[in-house]
Ligand binder design. Structure first.
Ligand SMILES: O=c1[nH]cnc2c(O)cc(-c3ccc(F)cc3)cc12
Ligand SMILES: [Mg+2]
Length: 214
């Protein structure tokens, strides 16, 4: 049987990026996905917004839901301050396997803990399993139907504190209408939409940033 799209992406990184250089890993993936084979990375347009929000928040403990091949994991981890940690959750073992290799190629394995499994199962276990008090930053980029239940789970497990920032990908394409309704109508969040494009295309998509008010 042949290779998978994630495996071809990993090959492109190993061929075109420099070991230990996160920016070269990001550029190699963007070039491959724009010119060779589309893939569902957050991409370079939305990636710049992710970078700016992440830099503004400067989280000590960050969570990513939906690792895929680790592109946004690398984008986030490369901007973390020394001693800060990123936990990333991936349900698909084949995706997780490629992501581990791409994160390691970027030299960011010491800042990242990749946890395999379903977000709904793992979120309630994170406090006890990893000694986490709160997440200052959460990037939602997994399955749109899990955005609302997982946000509620983070609230109910006491994993958000006043000022924690949620940043959700794909709120327009493929779309997360229930999530937008939830965070925009809730008195517990202050939300803002960042208009952009679906990765590597001219189609509109955007990121929703929601600050938890406690
Ligand atoms: O399923 C997705 N999870 C996380 N991110 C995604 C993402 O950024 C884009 C898409 C996507 C968008 C358009 C399309 F025609 C096919 C798939 C899916 C996911
Ligand atoms: Mg996405």
């Amino acid at each position: 049987t042949g290779s998978s799209r994630p495996q071809r992406m990993l090959k492109a990184v190993q061929k075109n990026a420099t070991k230990g250089d996160p920016q070269s890993v990001i550029s190699a993936i963007d070039h491959y996905c724009r010119h060779k084979e589309w893939a569902m990375n957050v991409g370079d347009d939305k990636g710049l917004i992710l970078d700016s929000v992440l830099t503004e928040v400067n989280p000590s403990t960050a969570l990513e839901l939906g690792t895929y091949c680790g592109y946004s994991t690398v984008r986030i981890a490369r901007l973390l301050s020394p001693g800060s940690k990123l936990f990333t959750v991936e349900f698909n073992p084949a995706f997780a396997e490629v992501a581990r290799q791409i994160i390691a190629y970027a030299g960011l394995q010491d800042k990242v803990t990749l946890v395999e499994g379903s977000s709904g199962d793992l979120i309630p276990k994170m406090k006890e399993q990893f000694g986490i008090k709160y997440f200052d930053f959460v990037f939602l980029d997994h399955w749109k139907d899990r955005y609302v239940p997982d946000t509620k789970l983070l609230e109910d497990c006491g994993l958000l504190k006043k000022g924690s920032v949620l940043l959700a990908d794909n709120v327009i394409c493929p779309g997360a209408p229930e999530y937008l309704k939830y965070v925009r109508n809730s008195p517990r969040y202050e939300s803002r939409y960042y208009k952009s494009n679906l990765e590597y295309t001219k189609v509109e998509d955007g990121l929703e940033k929601s600050v938890f008010l406690g």
